[in-house]
Design a protein around this ligand. Structure first.
Ligand code: F1P
Length: 337
């Protein structure tokens, strides 16, 4: 978790090296929609990347778990559609992702792009274009550094549709270091606070997939009660779980910030502790704790900032709960069918 800024730098270099091929893909537009797929963490990464593709490229894009694409293709792909498939997998060997990609190639003509961490992986062999990030350096079963680096790569690839945005992203690794230095103690303090027994992660728009991912980190590393919701959905039932033993974490958007802060104020009034992560400053009267990015980057380029401190939150809670964060209960790095 603490070394991820170097993986972000490397991810930007990988994308820069493939700049021409990526720009050609976006310009030629030989597809009518984009499907983004993966499993587990990489499905949540797909959920973060699909809305970004749609917003930035102006083309329909959706995320689906690889198993849904594999077993229920007609519920995913319309008969008249010509999709591009973006298949994401750290290992490049997860069976559902491989088999969904193989089936896609058999039945559709569209291009296949992959993002992963191993150049020799089976999935890479099925792809027309592969962005290989971090070269398999992550040892942990849990995806942390690899996840954020793959997100940086995806956001950088999308930003190439607007060249100037890509150059601005070069500040990401330095800002990541700064965030970790400034807020590491806060993540530790909250992770180790035994009064907190339940965690809720709220995110909307570009942030929903990221909220789901940090929720998975908390759950798989620490075996805690933890869930993710769209911000406003939390008020339609789940908030009944909020009490003085709850931490509600908000990954604030730019667009719906005022409404999202209102949700956090409401959860605070119900007795929960609240933590907000945001590009812009938040008044201490609004939430109990806040993390400020102050990066000057557009929302489309800075999703990775939400991750390192919330990964640390899961790590410290895992330690408190007597779990080994790198090798969670019942899990292995690659799931095969
Ligand atoms: C997908 C995945 C991981 C999860 C665990 C099992 O792997 O579900 O997200 O943390 O390690 O596998 P991959 O297809 O991204 O390699």
């Amino acid at each position: 978790i603490l070394t991820q800024s170097t993986a972000w730098s490397a991810a930007l270099e990988v994308v820069a090296a493939q700049r021409k091929a990526i720009q050609t893909l976006w310009q030629a537009r030989r597809f009518s929609e984009i499907l983004v797929t993966g499993c587990g963490s990489t499905y949540y990464l797909s959920q973060a990347v699909a809305p970004l593709l749609q917003q930035q490229l102006g083309i329909r894009a959706r995320a689906v778990p690889a198993s849904e694409l594999l077993f229920f293709p007609a519920t995913v792909i319309a008969p008249d559609s010509q999709p591009l498939l973006l298949a994401i997998s750290r290992s490049g060997y997860t069976t559902e992702t491989i088999r969904a990609t193989q089936a896609f190639k058999q039945h559709h003509n569209g291009p296949v792009i992959t993002i992963g961490c191993y150049p020799e992986a089976e999935l890479v062999g099925l792809s027309d274009l592969a962005l290989i990030i971090d070269d398999g350096q992550e040892q942990s079963v849990v995806q942390t550094r690899s996840f954020s680096a793959m997100l940086v790569a995806a956001q950088a690839a999308v930003s190439l549709a607007h060249e100037a945005q890509f150059e601005r992203m070069r500040t990401l690794p330095t800002l990541c270091e700064h965030l970790l230095q400034t807020y590491h103690d806060l993540a530790r303090r909250l992770g180790e606070d035994k009064r907190i027994e339940r965690f809720y992660f709220l995110g909307s728009g570009l942030q929903y997939g990221l909220a789901s991912e940090v929720n998975l980190k908390m759950k798989e590393m620490s075996l805690s009660v933890s869930e993710a919701f769209h911000f406003m959905e939390f008020r339609h039932g789940p908030m009944s779980m909020v009490n003085e033993h709850t931490l509600v974490v908000g990954l604030l958007s730019d667009q719906a910030r005022a409404s999202e802060l209102a949700v956090l104020r409401e959860m605070r009034a119900l007795g929960g502790q609240t933590l907000a992560l945001s590009e812009q400053p938040i008044s201490p009267t609004e939430v109990d704790f806040s993390v400020l990015f102050n990066s000057g980057l557009p929302e489309a380029n800075r999703g990775a900032f939400y991750l390192p401190l919330l990964q640390l939150l899961g790590y410290y809670r895992a330690r408190v709960n007597g779990q080994t964060p790198d090798t969670p209960h019942n899990l292995s790095a690659v799931v095969v069918l």
